[in-house]
Design a binder for this molecule. Sequence first.
Ligand code: NAD
Ligand code: ZN
Length: 346
Amino acid sequence: MRALSKEARPGALMIDAPEPTPGPGEVLVKVMATSICGTDMHIYNWDGWAQSRFPAPMVFGHEMTGEVVAVGQGVNPDMVKVGDHVSAETHLACGHCYQCRTGRKHICQNLRILGVDAPGIFAEYAVIPAENAWVNDPEMPWEIASLQEPFGNAVQTVLAGPGVSSRTVLVTGCGPIGLMAIQVARASGASLIIATDVNERRLALARSMGADLTINPLAQDVVRTVRDATRGNGVDALLEFSGNQTAIRQGFGALTYGGHASMLGIPAGAIEFDLANDIVFKAATVIGISGRKMFETWYQVRELVTSGKVDLGAVISHHVPLSHFEEVFEAVRAGEAIKPVMLPQE
Ligand code: NAD
Ligand code: ZN
């Protein structure tokens, strides 16, 4: 089968690999659609993080969907069976640590990630643990089903803590996950959605997905503009998707007293932060968001997608065969792509 292997150097290599066999508790998936995540870009670019973490050479990639074509020993057919259309929950939990045993597998102490710590899915066939196979409605389009994993990040961030219903919201960072979060905030009844990004094309997409007001921090004062739009109060909720220090500080500056911040974006390193003014005196609640709750978030994802309350297709910028991977990885690197979908069977 064709597979995208990551060697210990920048880029990736299309190889002819043996089709994997599902072991006990695993399923073999014929991969119908995959999508590219920021993590894949770190691995593709072979940066310091990737060099310290990724066991090259290995197939990478984790956002996927496909059809189950074989199951290993001991897989419960009530959970998943041959013929099912599945997406992968990409966090591989140990099942025996304190968090796993108290219903919080998404923050497992021994967390491994598909396509990072275990062989990935940029291939015609992939093996995943049966426990990580989320069964989709058979009519869900493949490329939409693949996007449910990053969409789950957006859903968990927007619904965390007091949520956003009837509240004013600031979304910092309109990459694919921030854009999807705008749709979730809209579907959840936010009263005002403000979004920031330094990329005008992404701000235009933010407006088309439901943002009432967009701000380019390179051209406008974010804190002042947010205060002007919220009767001087600031927003009730900050949803952070940029991982950028400036955006994070502006976000907290624009947050109202007693507001909450859901933080998903990952800064490249330690950042400077005004704890006293931005959190302590503000009595702000800060919630770190990791992955998707297993599997509470997936149930929320399914209803948002199948009800038509969100349109994940709106964030897809490219559909290409897997063999055209270089074109889309370069488009992401150049900031031209939002969410590319690669099709391994074409
Ligand atoms: P992305 O890199 O495509 O999006 C980030 C966006 O932030 C870009 O559009 C960029 O232009 C914008 N940005 C940069 N500087 C800014 C500034 N000063 N003000 C406002 N916007 C600014 O990433 P994505 O795929 O949408 O993911 C969003 C973030 O979430 C990333 O940091 C990613 O690493 C992180 N992430 C976290 C988890 C988790 O479990 N916590 C999971 C997936 C992704
Ligand atoms: Zn665990």
